[in-house]
Structure formats: C-alpha cells, structure tokens
Design a protein around this ligand. Structure first.
Ligand code: SF4
Length: 121
C-alpha cells in the first residue's frame, strides 16, 4: 500500500499531471478504512481545484413511498418496517411533472423519479 501512504501528495501529483494506471487505481479503491479521512481530504483537493465550492443539485422525487411488498431488512419502505415515513401510492403523471418542474425551478440539473418496490406496477 505504498500509494496510500501520502494521499495529499498523490492528489497534488495528479493535479500536476500524474495519471494512475489500473493497478494503482485498484490500490486506491482498496484504501484501508483507517485512511478514509485522508482519502476524502485528498479527493477534496482535486474536487476544489476543478469545481471550487460549486455543487451540482440533483433532485429526488419519491413517486411511490412505502407500501412495498418486498422485505429488504435495511429499508424503511419495506413490508413490515416500523419507520415513521410518508406512505402513498404512485403519484399521478401530472404530479410527477409538477414536482420535476419544481426541481428545475429550484436549480436542479437532474431530477430522478424513484419508487418503492421492484418495479412500477
Ligand atoms: S424493494 Fe426497494 S423499496 Fe422495497 S423494501 Fe426493497 S429496497 Fe425498499
């Protein structure tokens, strides 16, 4: 794990033109958990270089919330989950369009429609 010994130095090297080969990229992906904060800091150096403090706003419309027949144990929308969430059936097409328009009005460049369940019914 030589590559992850000094991640800030690596970030600056990359900004100076260094490119990772495949094995180095794989090594970076396998960065140990105890180096996570250093990895984030190094990634931020590169991000700040290219984007400053700009953010890209993505907007998520939950077009069907809860009421899922599946039982994924981690999910608040699963059958039998006791989380206090809004539960409603699939929104109408007009309501989805309205919410997407709100997203654009609020500056979103991407609007995703998601639903609980394996697929639309
Ligand atoms: S299918 Fe999706 S919405 Fe349903 S319980 Fe699993 S993760 Fe949650």
């Amino acid at each position: 794990m030589v590559l992850v010994e000094n991640l800030l130095e690596l970030a600056n090297d990359i900004l100076s033109g260094r490119r990772l080969d495949t094995s180095e990229a794989l090594e970076l992906l396998a960065t140990p958990d105890d180096k996570l904060m250093e990895l984030l800091a190094a990634a931020f150096v590169i991000r700040r270089h290219y984007y400053g403090k700009q953010v890209k706003l993505n907007y998520l419309v939950n077009a069907k919330s809860g009421l899922c027949p599946e039982d994924c144990k981690y999910c608040s929308q699963a059958k039998g989950a006791t989380s206090e969430i809004e539960k409603y059936s699939l929104l109408s097409a007009n309501e989805m369009v309205t919410r997407a328009e709100q997203a654009v009005k609020n500056g979103a460049s991407t609007c995703c429609l998601v639903i609980s369940g394996r697929g639309p019914s």
